[in-house]
Ligand binder design. Structure first.
Ligand SMILES: Cc1cc2nc3c(=O)[nH]c(=O)nc-3n(C[C@H](O)[C@H](O)[C@H](O)COP(=O)(O)OP(=O)(O)OC[C@H]3O[C@@H](n4cnc5c(N)ncnc54)[C@H](O)[C@@H]3O)c2cc1C
Length: 421
């Protein structure tokens, strides 16, 4: 979008509509944010090219390709938006235990996190992205302060009073505040010149769903493998697991070509056969897909400096390695914090008041930096090949496993803290 200007930029003010807030982006973060803003009573417009049709409810034994771990902070936000209870809970699997294994294959190189020990009912839920999107779509239909447009933002102009957005189909929108939920490549972030640090992990994640022979015992498993690969098996309802295998792009391309029998060979050989031992025979239950992995952090979460009338949320602000299953959860905490700040703003402040936007940015920096740092360091520690680092990381897993205090802090971070006042 940065250099693309609309073929039909609106010329006359009559063509430009005015609303309080525009949310750009139709992913889960954008949808949840738009619904929440409308619930606050703000006239909200959501714009994305994928808003044409409501996402249909997932059905049947074939599970969606995009499977996520949802943290308790996400559950709290969805409950606050009045949609948690409307979700089809038969398609959500609670995670009560997490078992993480080091890459030496030794018995003590493992970390066990337990909901029971931590005094919490569950550590997370695993479910399909379209399950959540469908439920948000349903709720959005009944929200009269929310309008959705199936379009693409081609250009944004920010001035002292707000922003004007020019759309591909020719219209224009004027808003006090623009929320950029337009994903990792965020055209808005780029056009406004908000710098972002970006690093490729030179890895892709191969995702697939498997029917498993043995019950998964409501446990999320993760194996760090020699050479830097990471295999996670996340429990789904019934005897089914969702795999996220982070590996080199070349190996990912090879994995996508495997047939069922070749996959079985893979599972019997990797992690000393631990995957097959834990879950029994695995039968492929989806078409595997590969996604490139990278780390991105925007330098500012509001912008531009001259007149910050724009807020970045979700992947537009930060992207991380999926090893902790936290990217979307972090984005939804952006939403929760923004809704909290706008919901309790003083009556004399407009939604784009600089004090509010700076408050948002300050509150999101700590959580974002800590999670990006932790996932990045873990990823790099387990990719390092020297024998010292190898010993250190495996010894570290065992050591953390013995410390109730550290485990409790790790679980607190994974649960994610948000409060609605
Ligand atoms: C393999 C893998 C596994 C993962 N697992 C987990 C997990 O278990 N738990 C977790 O919390 N996270 C997980 N994540 C992270 C998660 O996928 C992302 O953080 C999340 O999908 C980002 O959502 P978003 O709404 O911010 O962006 P997106 O979903 O990318 O949405 C961006 C939206 O912006 C729209 N858009 C873009 N440009 C424009 C424009 N010019 N005009 C209008 N609209 C525009 C797009 O059409 C789209 O609708 C995982 C990621 C990967 C790769």
């Amino acid at each position: 979008m940065s250099e693309v200007h609309s073929n039909h930029p609106p010329k006359s003010p009559a063509q430009i509509r005015t609303v309080d807030v525009v949310v750009v982006g139709g992913g889960i973060t954008g949808k949840a944010c738009a619904l929440g803003l409308a619930q606050l009573g703000l006239q909200t417009l959501e714009i994305a090219p994928d808003l044409g049709q409501s996402v249909s409810s997932p059905q049947g034994a074939q599970w969606g390709q995009r499977i996520y771990a949802f943290s308790p902070s996400t559950q709290k936000l969805l409950a606050h938006l009045h949609i948690w209870d409307a979700i089809d809970h038969s398609r959500l699997q609670a995670v009560r235990d997490m078992r993480i294994y080091g890459d030496r294959g030794e018995k003590n190189d493992q970390l066990h996190l337990s909901a029971f020990e931590a005094g919490t009912p569950q550590l997370a839920w695993i479910g399909e992205a379209n399950l959540i999107e469908h439920t948000i779509d349903q709720a959005s239909r009944f929200q009269n302060k929310l309008e959705r447009i199936n379009d693409v933002v081609e250009k944004i102009q920010v001035d002292a009073d707000g922003s004007t957005l020019y759309l591909k189909n020719g219209g224009g929108i004027r808003a006090q505040l623009v929320i950029a939920a337009d994903g990792a490549n965020s055209p808005i972030r780029n056009e406004l010149g908000i710098n972002a640090s970006e690093e490729s992990y030179s890895q892709s994640a191969v995702v697939a769903n498997w029917l498993c022979e043995y019950p998964h015992l409501e446990t999320a498993f993760q194996w760090f493998l020699p050479g830097g690969d990471i295999v996670a098996m996340l429990p789904l309802p019934g005897k089914q697991v969702s795999m996220v295998w982070s590996t080199s792009p070349e190996q990912a391309a090879d994995l996508l070509k495997l047939d069922q029998a070749q996959w079985v060979d893979q599972f019997s050989s990797i992690a000393n056969g631990a995957i097959a031992k834990q879950l029994g025979a695995l039968t492929l239950n989806s078409v595997p897909a590969a996604l490139p992995l990278r780390k991105i952090r925007a330098k500012r979460f509001i912008g531009p400096d001259s007149s910050p009338k724009v807020v970045l949320i979700g992947d537009a602000a930060h992207v991380m390695h999926p090893l902790a299953g936290q990217g979307l959860n972090l984005g939804l905490r952006d939403v929760a914090v923004l809704l909290n700040i706008l919901g309790k703003r003083e009556s004399f402040r407009t939604p784009s008041d600089l004090v509010l936007l700076r408050r948002y940015e300050r509150q999101r920096q700590g959580d974002t930096s800590a999670l990006l740092w932790l996932t990045d360091k873990l990823k790099k520690l387990f990719s390092a090949s020297s024998s010292t680092e190898r010993q250190l990381r495996n010894w570290g897993l065992g050591l953390v496993n013995k410390s109730h205090f550290i485990k409790q802090r790790l679980i607190e971070r994974a649960l994610g803290e948000i409060d609605f006042e």
